[in-house]
Design a protein around this ligand. Structure first.
Ligand code: NDP
Ligand code: 8X3
Length: 265
């Protein structure tokens, strides 16, 4: 599939994997709809995308946790932007690392509302149009966390296990249409993710990546671009990518002296 002139909606495009994906699709000449809550960050990414070769860019200030806002944003798209070809359900976050029985209910709700319900809301708003037009591709951001739960992260892991089920269910429900569905499941990627998880505690966030070379957002964007640009009869169901120093959710090889290989800081 060639991306020149194709309409691509990326949620969570203001940072990390979403921003890197926007740039890599911009280089292919795509028309980009960039959605997130932080408008000023989106404006910066939009300008970078135009310089990188995007055909055109629109930003959408949107909190995916509100179904009404998601529906309104999609309904308000001008005619020339309405026929979305590729939806990248990337908006997501983790909050805290706590034993389940001592966790914050507010944190649980934020993760579930964003990573599960937000993904469903955007999918529900965009995919009927893809089916009606007879073309489209949905890419969902999963995680190694959805394949294997780790201590103190049960609720974040549960949201990514839900993503796996939704991805697989959507692919089954779209059977008989030409619409494709892909889950991209990265391991550790150095983005704002840990800053958000630890609410701006830079020291704690840095420890997550200590002693190993994590994936970059561009590495994940590359996998997304690859999945989307396969021939139209090929559906990539899921891609699992990790740093070489990570075997799964639990097992890491860190060069830091004294660090146990399986440590999750
Ligand atoms: P970042 O924190 O760098 O980026 C997250 C993006 O999601 C931001 O653009 C943020 O924008 C957006 N976002 C968060 N909440 C909302 C919301 N309610 N409405 C709209 N947008 C929202 O993290 P990553 O790039 O690392 O994460 C992207 C995805 O990749 C997530 O789904 C994450 O779970 C997944 N992932 C990340 C991994 C990692 O190790 N980093 C590994 C595996 C998967 P804003 O704040 O402006 O709204
Ligand atoms: C993000 C990767 O291992 O921090 O999904 O949960 S991890």
């Amino acid at each position: 599939m060639k991306l020149k002139g194709k309409i691509v909606l990326i949620t969570g495009a203001s940072a990390g994997i979403g921003a890197a994906t926007a740039l890599s699709f911009a280089e292919q000449g795509a028309c980009l709809l960039l959605a997130a809550r932080r408008a000023s960050k989106l404006d910066t990414i939009a300008a970078e995308c135009l310089s990188a070769g995007a055909h055109s860019v629109q930003t959408i200030t949107l909190d995916v946790r509100s179904y009404a806002d998601v529906v309104a944003a999609i309904d308000a798209l001008p005619h020339e932007w309405a026929a979305i070809d590729v939806l990248i359900n990337n908006a997501g976050l983790s909050r805290g690392l706590d034993k389940l029985y001592a966790g914050s209910v507010q944190d649980w709700e934020e993760m579930i509302d964003t990573n599960v319900k937000g993904l469903l809301y955007v999918t529900r708003s965009v995919v009927p149009g893809m089916v009606a037009r007879g073309r489209g591709h949905i890419v969902n951001l999963g995680s190694t966390a959805g394949e294997m739960t780790y201590p103190n992260g049960a609720v974040y892991c549960a949201t990514k296990a839900a993503e796996k089920a939704i991805n697989d269910g959507l692919r089954q429900d779209l059977l008989g249409t030409p619409v494709r569905v892909t889950s991209i499941n990265p391991g550790m990627v150095e983005t704002e993710f840990s800053q958000v998880r630890f609410r701006g505690d830079h020291e704690r966030a840095a420890k997550v990546y200590q002693g190993l070379q994590p994936l970059t957002a561009a590495d994940v964007a590359d996998a997304i671009l690859w999945a989307v640009t396969r021939p139209e009869h090929v559906n990539i169901a899921h891609v699992l990518l990790t740093p070489v120093a990570q075997a799964n959710s639990l097992l890491f090889h860190r060069q830091t002296e004294g660090a146990a290989s399986g440590n999750r800081p």
